[in-house]
Design a protein around this ligand. Structure first.
Ligand SMILES: O=C([O-])CC(=O)C(=O)O
Ligand SMILES: [Mg+2]
Length: 388
């Protein structure tokens, strides 16, 4: 079998919301289709992938470097002994002639293609990707029940505390137990009022995460932490710039009972390892949120898990950013702590296959071949549009 063509297109995922640092009025993503000459049920087998919110579409990098490397390669060099596409070999081919370090936007372009290659691989095996991952890289058995939390609580023009409460309550009504809201885009006093409004809806039990999107320096982040300590929070996310390991360490060293979470904007296993080495985080208390769709895909994510394990980080402390089905499959296949979800945002790319309900803060993965995109009809239609 061989890859005959890779198509990509940029799609808008714009939304009139903002966090502490960016608004999403111009947000886009790249969707890619890896098309093969393997025919099943009269149709070629195609793998799909896309990046999650936050880093925009990466079509030019794919067109100029990563796709030609795949399509120009000796087709046999991309296969393993079973004669099926090997995402690890394809990854090495895409990354030929790329220097180490400087993990900017190329990690997004490769992450999109890596996702499509894993979707392809699992479809060729006619199995759910979580099974492929569990067998090849986990303990052999996937756990199809995955914790998910609802991310939202953005700043929005004219949105008051009542609207925030209504939003968060609607997530609870849809089966979520934990919800996330933004902080750092208003004064500390206003954010405290918003947090209190949210907690009034949620009740006790550390059911609220707050996300500062890397907005603060260490002193501001620590001042926020002092105020946050009086609330019963599940975690305090990205208090400082993700590359500010010293700042992370300063916040983490305050010895509070508020867990920290970070990592969605670190894009390589080296960056992750540096966070683990120098960020002062506690593997018993804190959480890591690396998102394969932004950071070179599952091939690199496996390296990240591997280098952090000796520092005490078990897969259960990883809860990826991004709200996509790829990370749901990884969570089920490798026993991660769960996955983010955006119930009302970034559609049709986020979310779950049709009919999958959130119950008691968990979803149960259906048995669909590949990642499962074809089981979500609105997403399947967008994927299919790439093949017209
Ligand atoms: O607002 C964003 O950029 C998304 C984000 O941080 C998250 O989902 O944690
Ligand atoms: Mg975040």
């Amino acid at each position: 079998m061989r890859i005959v063509e890779v198509r990509e297109r940029t799609f808008p995922i714009a939304s009139p919301i903002r966090n502490a640092v960016v608004d999403f009025s111009q947000m886009t993503l790249s969707l890619a289709a890896v098309i093969t000459d393997e025919v099943r049920d009269g149709r070629p087998v195609v793998g799909f992938g896309f990046n999650s919110n936050g880093r925009y579409g990466q079509g030019s990098l794919m067109r100029e470097r990563f796709v030609p490397r795949l399509t120009d390669a000796d087709p046999d060099s991309l296969l393993d002994d079973s004669g099926l596409i090997d995402p690890h070999a394809a990854w090495a081919t895409m990354m030929a002639n790329e220097k180490p370090g400087g993990h900017g936007e190329r990690s997004v372009a490769v992450g999109v293609l890596d996702m499509a290659l894993w979707d392809l691989r699992a479809k060729l095996e006619e199995r759910p990707l979580y099974d492929v991952i569990a067998q090849r890289h986990g303990d052999g058995q996937a756990d199809r029940r995955v914790f998910v939390y609802a991310a939202g609580g953005y700043y929005h023009p004219g949105k008051g505390d009542q609207a925030l409460q209504d939003e968060l309550k609607s997530y609870l009504d849809r089966g979520y137990t934990h919800v996330k809201m933004k902080i750092g885009g208003a004064s500390l006093a206003e954010d405290c009022r918003r947090i209190e409004s949210a907690l009034a809806v949620l009740g006790p039990g550390q059911r609220l995460m707050v996300d500062a999107n890397g907005r603060f320096d260490a002193d501001e982040a620590t001042a926020y932490l002092k105020a946050l300590e009086s609330y019963d929070l599940h975690w305090y996310e990205e208090p400082v710039d993700p590359l500010d390991y010293e700042g992370t360490r300063a916040v983490a060293g305050q010895r509070t009972r508020v867990p920290l979470a970070t990592g969605e904007n670190l894009f390589s296993h080296w960056d992750a390892l540096n966070l683990g080495r120098y960020g002062g985080l506690d593997p018993q208390r804190d959480y890591l949120q690396f998102d394969c769709a932004l950071s070179y895909g599952l091939v690199e994510y496996l390296r990240t898990l591997e280098v952090l394990r000796p520092l005490g980080w078990e897969p259960s402390r990883f809860i990826p950013h991004g709200g996509h089905q790829m990370s749901l499959n990884i969570a089920a296949g490798l026993g991660l702590g769960g996955n983010e979800s955006y119930p009302d945002l970034f559609q049709p790319f986020g979310g779950f296959p049709d009919g999958v309900q959130v119950q008691d803060g968990h979803v149960t993965m259906p048995e669909l071949p590949g990642i499962g995109f074809e089981g979500k009809s609105d997403l399947a239609a967008v994927c299919a549009s790439l093949l017209d």
